[in-house]
Ligand binder design. Structure first.
Ligand code: UDP
Length: 427
C-alpha cells in the first residue's frame, strides 16, 4: 500500500458545487491534486467540514481517495469567515476518526489557515509533520479589503505560527512567496513555488463556431467572458465599466458573466445595477453558475477571457481559458501575472483601471491574427507548464523530501524549483 496522506480543507470540499461565494479554486485544487497523487500510489483522506446532514461520514471519491465529513458546528452552509470557532471541534473529530480507524498518516497537507491550525494540533498530538498551501493570506486580504474583511483578527497570528511550524510551505506564485517572506518572515528555504494546474481532459480547445452553436450564442458577435466567484475583489465591475468604452466597428461586443448564485448573491445584484446605470444591460448576460462540463464551451465561445482581480493568490480560471485556446486579459497581479504571458498568451493591465482595460480589449479585438497566434501560444503554454500532472510531480517531490528527511528544509529542491518557475514566466 502507498503512503497515507491526510488532506485538510475545512471549508472547501471537492464535492461542492463551484461558483458560489465560498466554493472555487481551493475545491478544485484539493480534488485534482489528490487525484493525481492517487495515480502515483498515495492513499489520500480529505477531511472537510460536514455542511449537510445527509452527507455520509465517509465518501469514496475514488479507489484511493476518501472524503471524510468532519462534524464541527452546524451541518449547514456557514460563511468561511465564521468557521474559526468550530476548529477545536474539527480537530477533535479528526483525532477521533484517526484513532477509531487506527490510521497512521505520514504527512498532513493543510489547505487554508484554519486547516493549518488543525494540522498544528495533529503535529502536536500525533507527531505528524505538515505542509501547507495557504491559498490566500490574511495580511494581503486586510491590505486590499480593509474593514470589509470579516475574518477574525486571529487569522494572521495563526498564519504566522503555521509558517514557523510547517515543514514546507507551498507558495502558488512568486508574489505569494514574496508576501510570505515580507509579511510573515518566512524563511526562503522553507518555501517552494508550485503553481495550480488545469485538467486538460476537462478543458481543451473546441471550435468556436461549434461552441457558440451548442450554447445558442450568435456567430457574428465579439464575445468577452468573465467567469468565477462573484465577490468584490474579483473586480468584475472593472470589466463592466470598461465595456462601455470598448470600440469595435465590425461587430457588436457582448459580455458573458458566468458564476455567482443568481438568486441570492448581493454582489451579482450590485453588478446588475452597475450595468443598468451604464446603459449596458442589453450587452451583458448574467448566467449564474454553470456545470463543469459546460465551462469549456463558454471559454471556447469567447474571443477573450477577462479577469481583473484587485489581487490574486493564483487564479485557476485564466489557465482554464488558455487551455481552451482563449487569450486572457488579466490584472498584472499575483498569479495572473505569472500564468498569463503578456503579449504572448494575452495581455496584462493594471487592476481597477477600466480605461486601460477598454483600450487593451479594443486593440486585441481589432487584430484577429494576433488573437489567433495568442490562442495557439496559450494552449502550448498550459501543456508545458500548468497541468495538474506537473503540479503533482512537484508536490510528490516535496512530500518525499519532507517524509524522507524526517524534518524540515530541503534546501536544494526549494531554490531549484523557484528558479525553474521564475524562468517559466519568461515564456
Ligand atoms: N467555477 C465553476 N463554476 C462557476 C464558477 C467558477 O466551476 O460557475 C470554477 C472555475 O472554473 C475555477 C474555480 O471555480 O476552476 C475558480 O478558481 P480560481 O482559482 O480562478 O478562483 P478562486 O475561487 O480560487 O478565487
Amino acid at each position: 500500500m502507498g503512503r497515507r496522506i491526510a488532506f485538510i480543507s475545512e471549508h472547501a470540499s471537492p464535492l461542492a458545487a463551484l461558483g458560489g461565494a465560498d466554493a472555487g479554486g481551493q475545491n478544485v485544487y484539493v480534488g485534482e491534486v489528490a487525484r493525481q497523487l492517487s495515480l502515483k500510489g498515495y492513499q489520500i483522506d480529505i477531511f472537510t467540514r460536514r455542511d449537510e446532514h445527509e452527507l455520509p461520514k465517509v465518501v469514496a471519491f475514488s479507489e484511493q481517495i476518501r472524503i471524510i465529513h468532519v462534524d464541527a458546528g452546524p451541518a449547514a452552509d456557514i460563511p468561511k469567515e465564521e468557521l474559526l470557532q468550530y476548529m477545536p471541534a474539527f480537530t477533535n473529530d479528526v483525532l477521533h476518526f484517526i484513532s477509531s480507524e487506527q490510521l497512521s498518516y505520514e504527512l498532513v497537507h493543510a489547505n487554508f489557515f484554519m486547516s493549518a491550525l488543525v494540522a498544528m494540533e495533529l503535529k502536536k498530538t500525533l507527531g505528524i509533520p505538515f505542509v501547507v498551501t495557504f491559498h490566500a493570506l490574511g495580511h494581503i486580504r486586510r491590505i486590499h479589503q480593509g474593514d470589509n474583511d470579516r475574518f477574525p483578527k486571529e487569522r494572521i497570528a495563526i498564519e504566522e505560527q503555521a509558517v514557523r511550524e510547517a515543514s514546507m510551505i507551498i507558495a502558488e506564485c512568486p508574489q505569494d512567496r514574496d508576501d510570505l517572506i515580507n509579511y510573515y518572515d518566512a524563511q526562503v528555504e522553507k518555501i517552494t513555488i508550485i503553481p495550480c494546474g488545469v485538467n486538460t481532459a476537462e478543458f481543451y480547445p473546441v471550435n468556436k463556431s461549434v461552441a457558440r452553436s451548442l450554447l445558442q450564442l450568435p456567430a457574428d458577435e465579439r464575445i468577452l467572458l468573465q467567469l468565477g466567484r462573484m465577490v468584490p475583489r474579483k473586480g468584475v465591475d472593472t470589466v463592466i465599466t470598461a465595456l462601455a468604452a470598448v470600440r469595435c466597428s465590425d461587430a457588436p461586443v457582448k459580455l458573458l458573466i458566468v458564476g455567482g448564485d443568481i438568486d441570492t448573491a448581493s454582489e451579482l445584484q450590485r453588478l446588475r445595477e452597475l450595468a443598468a446605470e451604464l446603459g449596458l444591460s442589453d450587452k451583458i448576460s448574467f448566467l449564474g453558475q454553470k456545470s463543469r462540463e459546460e465551462l469549456k464551451y463558454y471559454y471556447a465561445a469567447a474571443d477573450l477571457f477577462i479577469t481583473t482581480p484587485w489581487y490574486e493568490p493564483f487564479g485557476i480560471t485564466p489557465l482554464e481559458a488558455m487551455a481552451c485556446g482563449t487569450p486572457v486579459i488579466g490584472s498584472n497581479v499575483g498569479g495572473v501575472r505569472f500564468s498569463v504571458a503578456d503579449g504572448h498568451t494575452g495581455a496584462l493591465v493594471p487592476p481597477k483601471d477600466p480605461v486601460a482595460l477598454a483600450a487593451k480589449i479594443t486593440s486585441l479585438l481589432r487584430s484577429p491574427a494576433r488573437l489567433k497566434e495568442m490562442s495557439v501560444n496559450a494552449v502550448r503554454r498550459i501543456n508545458k507548464l500548468f497541468t495538474w500532472e506537473l503540479v503533482a510531480q512537484d508536490i510528490q517531490s516535496l512530500y518525499e523530501k519532507v517524509i524522507g528527511s524526517g524534518v524540515v528544509y530541503p534546501e536544494k529542491t526549494a531554490s531549484a524549483q523557484m528558479i525553474t518557475y521564475e524562468k517559466s514566466n519568461l515564456h
